[in-house]
Design a protein. Structure first.
Length: 234
């Protein structure tokens, strides 16, 4: 389980996260929603170790990791696909995928190769393996970014707005792939998303953030999207 207990964070002297409690069980899908600027990305970065926490705890598989380096958390099974995808545009698709392999260091049973399932889930990774990532469309880049995260063989996958700026047909492909990632690989997913229809179709539970705090949580099956739409309005 991924568990946050009273997590706080700041930029300089300005607090941005206030006592965040959040849980993601094994193979569960959880979505985190809220307006821009409420702290969602900062929270994901705090979980992964890319932004320091100022208080509270982050537990990963029962171990306290809030003081661990980002690479240590990655080796413990945490993978992150940032908003904007974070690919190396001058490198090929295959080279970007291979960048995930260092996270396998220290895992005696891990195979140091790109899993076949990555190519099965995202054929674009095979078909355009030799093409520069910067020359791909946004939707193609997103598939490569998720594929790179899967190369690390994670137990928990964090996604920051994976549907942003992507055509509907690719969004559907990503939803199908994420569902397979959960069911076939038993990977838990924490999804930051503005597109409620996508989030509600995929996730089991939701958290709503406002001004750095969690203000509502529940099960997507019990809550229609219009009931939380007000949290996304300007």
């Amino acid at each position: 389980m991924l568990k946050l207990e009273g997590v706080t964070a700041a930029y300089g002297q300005s607090p941005v996260l206030f006592g965040i409690d959040l849980e993601v069980a094994d193979a569960e899908a959880v979505t985190l929603i809220g307006r821009n600027g409420v702290g969602k990305t900062t929270l994901l970065r705090a979980i992964t170790g890319l932004h320091p926490v100022t208080g509270g705890g982050v537990r990963l598989n029962g171990a306290q990791v809030e003081r661990e380096a980002a690479f240590t958390r990655a080796r413990s099974g945490l993978a992150y696909v940032p908003q904007g995808r974070g690919l190396f545009g001058h490198l090929t698709v295959e080279e970007n995928l291979l960048m995930g392999l260092p996270a396998l260091s220290g895992r005696a049973t891990a195979k140091r190769e790109i899993p076949d399932l990555v190519y099965d889930l995202f054929p674009i990774c095979r078909d355009m393996a030799g093409r520069r990532a910067g020359n791909l469309s946004g939707g193609q880049q997103q598939q490569v970014a998720i594929g790179r995260a899967l190369v690390t063989q994670p137990r928990y996958l964090l996604l920051d707005e994976p549907t942003e700026g992507i055509q509907p047909s690719i969004v559907q492909e990503i939803e199908v792939a994420l569902t397979r990632i959960r069911t076939e690989l038993r990977v838990a997913v924490l999804l930051v998303e503005q597109y409620l229809d996508f989030a509600w179709a995929f996730a089991d539970r939701y958290y709503v953030m406002q001004k750095g705090r969690v203000v509502e949580t529940g099960h997507t099956a019990d809550t229609p999207t219009h009931a939380v739409q007000r949290y996304l309005g300007v």
